[in-house]
Design a protein around this ligand. Structure first.
Ligand code: ZN
Length: 114
């Protein structure tokens, strides 16, 4: 008795796979449904992209992505964590200084001294 099962093509090697299969037995790629969710976080495994995001957008808040990334060695993760943390601390310090200076400069306008 022949069973007919629904089949999909592997996105990597084009082998015919049963819909229920999670991983292609030929090339070990995940099936498309799982790839689409995995793709959303694929960028954390690209060195330049992740470093750009860390240094220009998230600062130290993005460090968990660095530690989840497969693109960096343990040593590189430690070094980049220190660099990103120092950069974030400097930015916070500069912002705090700017606001304090602005308040000091505007103090006389409002009849206050800080
Ligand atoms: Zn495959």
């Amino acid at each position: 008795m022949a069973l007919t099962i629904q089949q999909i093509a592997c996105h990597r090697c084009d082998a015919a796979l049963a819909v229920e299969v999670d991983v292609c037995p030929h090339c070990h790629a995940r099936t498309k449904a799982e790839v689409s969710t995995a793709d959303k976080w694929d960028w954390i495994h690209r060195r330049r992209t992740l470093l750009f995001v860390l240094l220009c957008a998230t600062g130290a808040l993005g460090l968990p992505a660095l530690w989840l990334s497969r693109a960096f060695s343990l040593r590189a993760k430690i070094i980049w964590s220190i660099i990103v943390t120092v950069e974030t601390a400097l930015l916070v310090w500069v912002c705090y200084g700017s606001v304090a200076t602005a308040i000091e400069a505007c103090g006389p306008l409002f009849g206050q001294t800080v």
